[in-house]
Design a protein around this ligand. Structure first.
Ligand code: GUN
Ligand code: ZN
Length: 432
């Protein structure tokens, strides 16, 4: 039987919420309830508390008992490329060669609406099975790819962010638009989809090497005309890329300046990767409220480098977490948290499980300017919820059996878990 949340539903299990930022407040920023409950009404979280209290207060409300499993906010993947699903785990290239060898040929296929629709459906099957309830995705230059993504997201009731990827140079024939067509197509798409149901449009110049200054200016103008849209792109991912940007934009002070000169920084601007930043770039991002998204599996897989997440967060930059599929090597935000932990270790800054989980939920929601709607298991939030089995494989279960507290109970799932750890995913209170 499918339980509807319209008249109320109580989900029972362990619960994990955040009442503060664990980077500044430590693990005490999280509230864990061993036997908790989440009251969901009309797709939103109405209350979170001890199961006994909520059962007593709402004796008529149907319950779904998740036993020992842990309920928390669904994962938010703040930078991804759904059209690259088919080429994930392609061997042996660094960024520019990887784009030319694997990515661009695959993205070419998204001029076919049927191909794009199949890819979008497969992509959402994969992300939901991994407990990811929102992503911010790049599409391809083809409006068809955006139509496919948003149509499928809308049909599934998902909160999603996406935009048409714009490129008018340094991309192959068939994969280039122009400054004008990028503006016109993006405008038509955002007028059709932005703020329809749970969808957000992100104006999406791919990155400075594939946009002329004219196209970046057109994107900046479109954003100024539609300031409630987001703006997503890539920044300072690999040294070769940064050197290329210096050649292409000799007058720019740095890579960020290629965007800044065209009105493409500020609140709602989301910069994927942002690994090799200069001091001016960091200071400008802090001043303007520009967000960063950390993509640790991708940064290892393509050989890009190690982003200083605690340092940037400590300076006041909003930092989200993301798979960056298919440059990233996994659809799983658990695997992505594990990679963030590994990179923290290699950089000499150890991330606590509370910080990893915060980055994968509230951190990403903040980077996408959606933290008033999603990212926390708290009253008033939309009921996008993941239910984690903390003993999903024999290897994890034997370690979990020795846990003394919630953090040692969940850390083995962060480090070794995958889609087998996802016991259930709720979208606006409905099982996905
Ligand atoms: N930089 C520009 N395009 C891309 C892309 O598709 N993936 C990654 N990882 N970096 C990029
Ligand atoms: Zn990317």
């Amino acid at each position: 039987m499918q339980v509807s949340s319209n008249n109320g539903m109580l989900l029972l299990g362990q619960t994990l919420s955040f009442n503060a930022d664990p980077f500044s407040q430590g693990p005490g920023a999280a509230t864990h309830i061993r036997r908790g409950a989440v009251l969901v009404i009309n797709g939103k979280i109405n209350a979170v508390g001890p199961a006994d209290d909520l059962l007593r207060a709402h004796p008529q409300v149907p319950t779904v008992d998740h036993g020992d499993n842990l309920l928390m906010a669904g994962f938010i993947d703040a930078h991804t490329h759904y059209p690259q699903t088919g080429i994930i785990a392609s061997w042996g290239k660094r960024l520019i060669d990887w784009l030319n060898s694997y990515t661009f040929p695959e993205e070419m296929r998204f001029d076919d609406p049927a191909y794009a629709a199949r890819a979008a459906a497969l992509y959402f099957d994969l992300t939901l099975s991994h407990g990811t309830t929102t992503v911010a995705s790049f599409c391809t230059i083809h409006p068809e790819s955006v139509e496919a993504f948003f149509s499928e997201a809308q049909a599934r009731g998902l909160r999603m962010v996406a935009g048409k990827t714009c490129m008018d140079r340094n991309a192959p024939d068939g994969l280039r638009d122009t400054a004008q067509s990028a503006y016109d197509d993006s405008k038509a798409l955002l007028e059709k989809w932005h703020h329809v149901d749970r969808l957000t449009y992100a104006i999406t110049p791919r990155f400075s090497p594939t946009s002329t200054p004219g196209q970046l200016a057109a994107m900046g103008a479109l954003w100024a005309e539609n300031p409630s849209c987001l703006m997503q792109t890539h920044l300072s991912e690999q040294h070769e890329e940064i050197a290329w940007v210096k050649e292409l934009f000799p007058d720019a002070r740095d890579y960020l300046d290629t965007y800044e000169q065209h009105g493409l920084i500020g609140k709602g601007a989301i910069m994927g990767h942002s690994i090799h930043l200069e001091e001016r770039e960091i200071a400008r991002m802090v001043e303007t409220g520009t967000s960063i998204v950390h993509c640790p599996t991708s940064n290892a897989f393509i050989g890009s480098g190690m982003c200083d997440v605690p340092g940037l967060h400590g300076r006041g930059v909003a930092v989200g977490l993301a798979t960056d599929t298919g440059g990233g090597s996994s659809f799983s935000m658990l695997r992505t948290m594990a990679a963030a932990y590994d990179i923290g270790q290699l950089r000499g800054g150890i991330l606590h499980p509370a910080q990893l989980l915060w980055l994968a939920t509230i951190g990403s929601a903040r980077a996408l300017c959606l933290a008033d709607k999603i990212g926390n298991l708290a009253a008033g939030m939309e009921a996008d919820i993941v239910v984690l089995d903390l003993a999903s494989t024999p290897a994890i279960a034997q370690r979990h059996a020795r846990a003394e507290d919630i953090w040692s109970a969940i850390f083995p799932t962060i480090m070794m878990g995958d889609d087998r750890a996802i016991a259930a995913t709720y979208i606006a209170g409905i099982p996905a």
